[in-house]
Design a protein around this ligand. Structure first.
Ligand SMILES: C[S@@+](CC[C@H](N)C(=O)[O-])C[C@H]1O[C@@H](n2cnc3c(N)ncnc32)[C@H](O)[C@@H]1O
Length: 280
């Protein structure tokens, strides 16, 4: 279970003035403190579930409250890493929601390849890369003569390091079609290693979706699945708008099977299939 990476030196960071001066909302003061330590803005995530998780984690660490716990995080880089490591969920798997991948492989990729140029795909919130390697395998299978670049980004640097290796456990592969696994992965150490051709198609970078630069009208396919569920509505809608902007006309946005784009037409998207939107 992981959300975040740390970009700052915990021991070097000073307490924020907010905590000292206005402890009226202990949770927001805690978020501000964490932002100063790690550059991660927890206040952009849905408060209810995030606050419950933080409070229960803080309690398990033996702290008396969030202010006390923040002091622990300031005092120890290891505690801070441990905290950030538990704040959200990296769950993923190859061919997660197989019906979505069936559609991507049989319909969306061939249509995009028909545009006649190399394809750019972005797995936004890629965790340890299962989504990116799944789409790479589908490209090899369904549009083998089209050049495709797949970029995966995630806020969690440990997940990005794992993604670069391209190895998945048998559990990660439980919904992958066996024939696809055999063709595009090799059995290694009781799991599955993406073949060289797949690894060569994928690059992975650490990036915070809420801050990173998103190119305008450059991408053909954006996958942002099971990541915005943590964001509050305003942040999620703004992110969907930026993702829509990143697509070329005719490109596709695929979201998670429990998610929705609140007002697709307002951001230039047309619902094309369940959980799939086409840029107008
Ligand atoms: C549940 S996983 C989803 C992985 C994959 N998209 C899938 O559906 O299988 C959510 C991922 O979002 C990442 N995440 C959370 N907040 C993020 C942010 N602000 N920027 C980038 N990634 C973020 C987490 O680190 C986690 O790896």
């Amino acid at each position: 279970m992981t959300l975040l990476h740390t970009g700052a030196d915990a021991s070097a960071t000073k307490p924020t003035t907010r905590r000292a001066g206005a402890p009226d909302d202990e949770y927001l003061a805690f978020c501000e403190g964490v932002r100063a330590l790690s550059s991660i803005d927890l206040s952009q995530y849905k408060r209810g579930q995030m606050e419950r998780r933080i409070r229960s984690f803080a309690q398990r660490k033996g702290s008396t409250g969030l202010a006390d716990y923040l002091d622990m995080l300031r005092a120890s880089k290891d505690e801070l890493e441990d905290f950030l490591d538990r704040m959200t969920i990296n769950v993923s798997q190859l061919w997660r929601n197989p019906e979505q991948w069936d559609l991507v492989g049989r319909s969306i990729l061939p249509e995009l390849a028909g545009h006649g140029h190399p394809l750019s795909v972005w797995s936004a919130g890629c965790s340890y890369g299962a989504e990116a390697y799944t789409v790479a395998a589908l490209c090899r299978e369904h549009i083998p003569s089209t050049r495709v670049q797949i970029r995966g980004t995630d806020i969690d640097k440990r997940m990005i390091e794992r993604a670069r290796r391209g190895w998945f456990s048998a559990e990660d592969a439980r919904t992958a079609p066996p024939a696809m696994l055999q063709r595009h992965f090799e059995p290694v150490d009781g799991g599955w290693q993406a073949r060289r051709e797949l690894v060569a198609m994928c690059t992975f970078e650490v990036g915070d979706l809420l801050r990173m630069h998103v190119p305008s009208e450059r991408l053909d396919l954006v996958l942002c699945r099971n990541t915005v569920i943590y964001f509050n509505d305003e942040v999620r809608n703004a992110l969907h708008e930026r993702l829509a902007r990143s697509l070329r006309p005719g490109g596709y946005l695929v979201i998670g099977s429990t998610e929705r784009v609140q007002d697709p037409r307002a951001v230039g998207l047309t619902p094309a299939h369940p959980f799939v939107y086409r840029k107008s």
